[in-house]
Design a protein around this ligand. Structure first.
Ligand code: SF4
Length: 465
């Protein structure tokens, strides 16, 4: 595997990531009775709301402190005070996440200090405020996501009594994926606290009366009790320790951490099931074994087509690792693996996965779609797997795109895409295989036609014979 970064470039064209506060919003949307606010200029929260709403097809409320010229010069504390007062009045939340934007960080706002002062001055009880420093230039949306989850745990966790539940900490997956993980936990007879739980809040059934904060999400009480759990299972093998909520619970409260890959593919899902069996003392039920058997059957059916694929996988590091591993398991070795993030762990984890690859895979970190496109062209990629921004690969290079991850804003159903567990992997592999087949059949005659008519008359005659 060869590694390339954008270090030598002074420009980023269509980055393969979004900004840090956008990722920070998502975990707060998975907590019961929580609201979130961006401390900065108004345009930031408008852009983020729109982007998130397009992916989940849900109304997404995000407050803004709307710092103006005066606030930029004298500080934005008064704007934030006013915004917090308004949010409390309109939404009556029990928790408010306060994320900073580029502007607030550049003018040097001490958002944690301002938040403490606000709580003291308003003499508030029964509400938690969690400040997260997320300058847009401080990392990608993926780092913003993990930092927000860690701050939520650090802000709420209490030294509680030991209990028999486990903590399950998830990366930025679809609501359908979260529902599937919860279903597996239930089938394994495990008591758990899953954080953050967007399964209902960001894929909300139509219901009346409409509530401003969608029902569902991880309860604040269960987060407080996370330090008493038997163990933490975190799907975050690419996450650096400084951003890892599971690592925080282990070092601060002694909760054993099991860091697993996202349960995509046979091996990764087996790892989860085996760990749950070990922690709970329960065997996997027959229904799960049947699902595993169906996945193996799907692989038998599809691996011969997958072997014709030359893939590019891009997006959040955790999902990129899981998808690349699943593809390799089924004979589709990625030639290009790309992420906007700079995490060092992705390269370390991918090494053994791509060891048997027939061609050297190219790993692009902190990258953009200009570089990804070039790498795809040079390596002969014929299928791309990732979020909607990869549609340029289809438009400009004719490479079909299997949508996976966040954001999916050019199609509906991003929130319903299921890719984890034995059943989710089966559905993912079907999507990949059918895309390879469709692309092959669509281009087969054109390729044959070009091959035939580019030849001389005598060559054609020889071919006909
Ligand atoms: S990069 Fe900075 S300015 Fe742009 S939307 Fe993100 S926080 Fe706002």
């Amino acid at each position: 595997m060869t590694r390339e970064t954008t270090a030598y470039r002074s420009v980023n064209e269509n980055p393969c990531n979004m900004c840090m506060p956008m990722g920070g919003i998502l975990p707060f949307k998975g907590i019961e009775e929580a609201m979130v606010i961006i401390h900065g200029s108004q345009g930031c929260s408008t852009y983020m709301r729109r982007h998130i709403a397009e992916h989940y097809n849900e109304p997404i409320d995000v407050g803004s402190s709307s710092i103006n010229e005066k606030g930029t010069i004298y500080g934005g504390a008064q704007n934030l005070f006013q915004a917090l007062d308004n949010i409390r009045k309109v939404y009556q939340p029990r928790l408010i996440g306060i994320l900073t934007s580029c502007l607030a960080e550049t003018i040097g706002e001490d958002v944690e200090g301002i938040t403490r002062f606000y709580l003291k001055q308003r003499d508030l009880e029964g509400i938690s405020l969690i400040a997260v420093s997320t300058p847009g230039y401080g990392g990608t949306h993926s780092e913003g996501y993990w930092l927000a989850v860690k701050k939520i745990v650090a802000g709420l966790a209490e030294n509680t009594e030991k209990h028999d539940g486990i903590n399950v900490i998830v990366p930025n997956l679809s609501p359908a994926d979260i529902r599937e993980i919860k279903r597996i936990l239930k089938l394994m007879g495990v008591r758990y606290t899953l954080l953050p739980d967007i399964s209902d809040t960001l894929d909300r059934p139509i219901a009346r009366p409409y509530t401003k904060i969608p029902p569902g999400g991880t309860s604040i009480e269960s987060i407080r009790r996370m330090p008493g759990a038997v163990a933490t299972v975190q799907f975050g093998v690419t996450v650096e320790e400084k951003l890892s909520p599971g690592h925080y619970l282990q070092t601060e409260f002694g909760v054993p951490l099991y860091n697993l890959p996202v349960p995509m593919g046979v091996e990764a899902t087996d790892s989860l099931i085996n760990l749950l069996a070990q922690l709970s003392g329960n065997n996997a039920p027959q229904s799960l074994n049947m699902e595993r058997g169906r996945l193996l059957d799907c692989m038998v059916d599809s691996h011969k087509y997958n072997a014709q694929g030359c893939g590019a996988v891009f997006g959040d590091p955790e999902l990129v690792y899981a998808a690349a591993r699943t593809c390799a398991e089924n004979g589709l070795y990625p030639a290009v693996v790309a992420t906007g993030s700079g995490t060092a762990n992705l390269e370390k984890m991918l090494g053994p996965v791509l060891a048997d690859s027939p061609q050297q895979a190219r790993l692009l970190k902190e990258t953009d779609f200009t570089q990804i496109r070039e790498a795809c062209r040079e390596t002969g990629v014929n299928i791309a797997i990732g979020h909607s921004d990869g549609k340029f690969l289809t438009e400009k290079e004719g490479i079909p795109l299997v949508r996976l991850g966040f954001p999916i804003h050019d199609q509906v159903g991003g929130q319903r895409l299921l890719s984890v567990g034995y059943t989710g992997t089966t559905m993912f592999l079907d999507r990949v295989t059918n895309t390879i087949l469709e692309h092959k059949h669509k281009n087969y005659r054109a390729v044959m036609y070009r091959k035939f008519y580019r030849k001389t008359i005598s060559e054609r005659t020889a071919l006909k014979r």
